[in-house]
Design a protein around this ligand. Structure first.
Ligand SMILES: [Zn+2]
Length: 217
């Protein structure tokens, strides 16, 4: 694992200096982090769906929509492109090395109580100069996923997750739990292609609106 990651980081350093749109605009840089991967499957759904696959599918769909619908409005990098396990340290490091505007980690929830449902968005615990931005975009993700797709909004929470903690001082970072795989209805919904596309579109629209509104870091 170490060699490919180093290679990706080197490649990113080279590419990062050329993040310009054709009209000369500097493009916002966002790192998408599909949770888990490889032998770490994450949560397993009531229908057998694996969290590691859902995060990767949503991330790939965001990349596709950014290319085909928005003609590369954002410069997007993934912490992993395939079903492989990348360390939490390297995931956070990618955002730092790229000097990214932000990082979005994509996960699914799991609970013993099968009725538990909805979207949860986490921001890093503890203050930094990016705390306000993290809370703002987290709130937009939660509200838009609720309003546009009908998800129950469980609100924002602070967490000490490594990927958030190790990016906290460098950029805004959030972790989105895209529903509960332990809830049969949500698990069956999220494996549908239309659900992947609609979730990806809401996340991408939210990122573009927020980053264009700010137009800088
Ligand atoms: Zn997870």
């Amino acid at each position: 694992m170490a060699v490919p990651i180093r290679f990706i980081l080197l490649l990113c350093l080279l590419v990062r200096s050329t993040c310009f749109a054709q009209d000369g605009r500097v493009l916002p840089v966002v790192v998408l982090d599909p949770g888990h991967g490889g032998r770490d499957t994450g949560a397993t759904g009531a229908n057998g769906a694996l969290e590691k696959n859902i995060g990767l599918l949503v991330a790939h769909e965001i990349v596709r929509l950014n290319r085909e619908l928005y003609d590369h409005a954002l410069e997007i990098y993934l912490t992993r492109n395939t079903d492989t396990l990348v360390s939490l340290y390297d995931r956070a490091r990618l955002a730092r090395v790229l000097d990214a505007d932000g990082l979005v980690s994509l996960h699914c929830n799991h609970a013993n109580r099968q009725e538990a449902k909805g979207i949860e968005v986490f921001v890093p615990k503890g203050k930094s100069k990016h705390t306000g931005r993290a809370k703002r975009i987290a709130e937009l993700f939660a509200n838009n996923l609720q309003q546009d797709l009908g998800y129950w909004n469980r609100g924002l929470k602070g967490a000490n997750f490594q990927v958030l903690r190790e990016t906290r001082e460098h950029c805004w970072s959030v972790l989105i739990e895209l529903g509960f795989l332990s809830n049969r209805k949500e698990a069956e919904h999220i494996v549908k292609e239309a659900a992947t596309t609609s979730i990806a579109l809401v996340i991408l629209d939210t990122l573009i609106a927020y980053l264009n509104e700010r137009n800088c870091k």
